[in-house]
Design a protein around this ligand. Structure first.
Ligand SMILES: [Zn+2]
Length: 247
């Protein structure tokens, strides 16, 4: 993906009622004026988003925005990237194609926006299975959590590179300042905190449970789509609420 420069000073809106591909979000975020802060409503208690890359950025973004940042990161590294549409995961979140090898697929990426667990060997084995099914020798497992010793050993023997929050931050830190800013804009553009429905790709909306009165995230196309996601006390925590739905 090329980092095309768009007209400066425009403020493209992300309508949350529409499906946005990761590529479209990357394009729009990069085209937005540098460091264009998203105005929060007056009553919002959400903290100001960080101005530089740090672990907190991965904590406050929702799961699909995490995948978008990962895709942008690989695009910066020179790969042609291809996203999987929502609901069509199949164990692959991003395809990486080599520009030097005639656009051939060279690696597949699985992303897990998990904040609590250590990634065990099982999902890494599953990625190996998907790689074998597609005849791809290299895989990338990208998570916001650490990995068990078993997972690390298996990955090492099977052509899989493991990334966690800290290796991602190191990778981002190795990019030039302009690239780092572009990635930060991709992370924090629009409603970065509002989770996306894993089934239909729409942004979720706040709803209230009839009986308990507790708030939760629900799909705007309910009752057609019944996706639900727990909500913590503050929408900032939405990202971690997404963890369980993508296991
Ligand atoms: Zn849905």
């Amino acid at each position: 993906m090329a980092w095309r420069q768009g007209p400066q000073g425009q403020t493209p809106d992300l309508n949350i009622g529409e499906r946005w591909s990761r590529g479209a979000i990357i394009e729009r975020a990069v085209h937005a004026s540098p460091r264009q802060p998203q105005r929060e409503p007056e009553h919002s208690t959400r903290p100001e988003p960080p101005e530089v890359w740090c672990a907190e950025v991965f904590d406050i973004i929702e799961w699909r925005r995490f995948e978008t940042v990962v895709e942008a990161l690989f695009a910066q590294a020179g790969f042609e990237t291809r996203s999987q549409p929502c609901g069509a995961d199949g164990g692959i979140d991003i395809w990486l194609h080599s520009k030097n090898r005639g656009g051939a697929a060279v690696s597949i990426v699985q992303c897990k926006h998990w904040t609590v667990w250590k990634v065990g060997v099982k999902p890494v084995r599953e990625l190996r299975g998907v790689m074998a099914a597609h005849g791809i020798a290299r895989g990338q497992f990208v998570a916001t959590s650490r990995y068990t010793a078993d997972a690390r050993a298996f990955a090492k023997d099977n052509g899989i590179m493991l990334h966690d929050t800290y290796s991602l931050l190191a990778l981002i830190g190795s990019r030039d300042p302009k690239q780092q800013q572009e990635l930060l804009r991709v992370a924090l553009y629009g409603e970065y905190w509002r989770p996306t429905c894993a089934s239909c790709g729409l942004k979720l909306v706040e709803r209230t449970a009839h009986e308990s009165g507790k708030p939760f995230w629900g799909c705007r196309s309910y009752p057609k789509c019944k996706t639900m996601m727990p909500m913590r006390r503050d929408p900032t925590d939405a990202a971690s609420g997404a963890a369980g739905t993508r296991a």
